[in-house]
Design a protein around this ligand. Structure first.
Ligand code: UDP
Length: 490
């Protein structure tokens, strides 16, 4: 007799920064908690295939493929639905909405219907679909608990508190958590008249209506924010939904994925231990043309070995490559300093557009990471014991970067955050690279980041806090399945 496992559906919004952790979560639920999962991935890219996505999370040739990945394709021509100049968040939200009927009909036609739906931060509108089918509904926040606390708190505060933060540039004080300084604030606060701010308010409210909020963090890393979210005298009375720290969900090192490039790893094999700094701005991060030149000079002047994932500059949008980063190679010499490639060819490797990041960070030759502080990149760096230079560009990256430098002491930063108005100059870049790659300070950070790695491994291993959080989720899904069975029997 076949034993029915609880079935869980996950919904990933477009962009590798969402798809990768959702697939990792699916893998955990399948491999560690014996659930059956179906992952719905919203994509506007007609070239994306299920095989490509599955490859992103495969770490050994024997590993089970995620056979239940379903692509929900949004119309490739979105121009009739959304202004081509709209923000990336607006575009993603429209894509998610367009795919809702398809999600509904997929779920409705399933013989063995899922008992729970897990959506990521852009998918909370799909919680209505979960309600229709009487499923449990969870929100998976692919970033940290401090962000969750900020998002849940914001819709509850008076206008004047928001004005103090966004207009008078005062810190946003969140009960029980680190205040958010204006210079580190998240993007929606900068555009309060934009639809993105409305979405952000609804995200905070939707989270409280879920059966649980899963967060890609772990107890020891963010005990203070997690405690505030549970304490009824701080945020607990508004947080309402239980918060499950389930992280770190970061890709472990394995063979290079299909999108990657073996030459990079061959090159790394020839370099001394911890001698290479890896430079990458995530799946969407884009520098201005002037900043690219300064970064090139700074790397060259530091005289350190480097791998730099280079994509064409944009003078108007720091997230310019977000929905296009996984697409093919591009030329790069036009926007690097004159003669840079020739002068650095002995010490540096340039990778156009996309690199096998999980493998690079896991390589013993890598000793530092100049990162845009996207949360997945941050976790991948921690899980490989690599200290960082933080270079936040958009979304909640400045908060992440502040936490890494000030709270955990595992990263260095520029005096001011880079922006379209604020170019970080070559001397400062040279100094930051030398601080983590050469100076004692870098060694101390490397030690601290390795301690974080140990605490992360403990949390995720059997019996650890994050492992137990997912076990609780699995038990809830199992109970829900049993209830449905009883109901069906009349
Ligand atoms: N990534 C990669 N190769 C690249 C750039 C990014 O594999 O060249 C992966 C990276 O390892 C991470 C994800 O894409 O898992 C980016 O997520 P993150 O949260 O760091 O940033 P986002 O792209 O969402 O801003």
């Amino acid at each position: 007799m076949q034993i029915m496992k609880p079935h869980v559906a996950l919904l990933a919004s477009p962009g590798m920064g969402h798809v990768i952790p959702v697939l990792e979560l699916a893998k955990r639920l399948t491999n560690h908690h014996n659930l059956h999962v179906t992952v719905f991935v919203v994509s506007s890219d007609q070239n994306t295939s299920v095989e490509q996505l599955s490859q992103l999370v495969i770490n050994s040739p024997n590993e089970k493929l995620l056979h239940d990945v379903v692509l929900l394709r949004s119309d490739p021509d979105m121009s009739c639905l959304v202004d081509p100049d709209a923000s990336i968040v607006t575009k993603i939200l429209v894509m998610m909405r367009v795919c809702l009927p398809s999600l509904r009909s997929n779920i409705s036609s399933m013989k063995f219907r899922p008992t729970a739906l897990i959506v990521d931060l852009f998918g909370t509108e799909a919680m209505a679909v979960a309600d229709e089918f009487e499923m449990l509904k969870y929100v998976f926040i692919t970033t940290n608990a401090w962000y969750v606390a900020t998002s849940i708190y914001t819709p509850t505060v008076e206008e004047n508190v928001l004005d103090d933060h966004t207009n008078r540039k005062l810190p946003l004080k969140i009960p029980g958590c680190m205040p958010v300084r204006f210079e580190d604030t998240i993007e929606p606060f900068l555009y309060r008249n934009d639809p993105v701010f409305k979405w952000y308010l609804s995200l905070g409210m939707d989270m409280t209506k879920a059966d649980g909020v899963l967060v890609n963090t772990w107890e020891d890393l963010e005990s203070k924010s997690l405690e505030a979210l549970r304490d009824t005298k701080m945020l607990g009375h508004i947080a309402k939904a239980p918060v499950y720290p389930i992280g770190p969900l970061a890709r472990p090192v394995g063979p290079p994925p299909v999108l990657g490039n073996d030459d990079v790893l061959d090159w790394l094999d020839k370099q001394p231990a911890e001698s290479v700094i890896y430079v990458s701005f995530g799946s969407g991060g884009t520098l201005s043309s002037k900043q690219m030149i300064e970064l090139g000079w700074g790397l060259e002047m530091s005289q350190q070995r480097f791998i730099w994932v280079v994509r064409p500059p944009s003078d108007s949008d720091a997230s310019g490559s977000y929905l296009t980063a996984e697409k093919g190679p591009a030329g790069f010499s036009d926007y690097l300093p004159d003669g840079f490639v020739d002068r650095t060819h002995n010490v540096g490797l340039i990778v156009p557009m996309w690199a096998p990041q999980a493998q690079i960070l896991g390589h013993p030759s890598v000793g530092g990471f100049l990162s845009h502080s996207g949360w997945n990149s941050t976790l991948e760096s921690i899980m490989n014991g690599v200290p960082m230079i933080v270079w936040p560009l958009y979304a909640e990256q400045k908060m992440n970067a502040a936490m890494l430098t000030e709270e955990f002491g595992v990263a260095v930063r520029s005096k001011e955050w880079p922006s379209s108005e604020m170019i970080v100059e070559r001397d400062e870049i040279e100094m930051m690279v030398r601080r983590i790659m050469v100076d004692n300070e870098g060694g101390e950070m490397r030690y601290r980041v390795k301690q974080l790695k140990i605490s992360a491994l403990k949390a995720s291993s059997q019996g650890g806090s994050s492992y137990n959080s997912l076990s609780r989720l699995a038990i809830e899904c199992e109970s829900s399945l049993q209830c449905l069975k009883v109901k069906a029997q009349g």
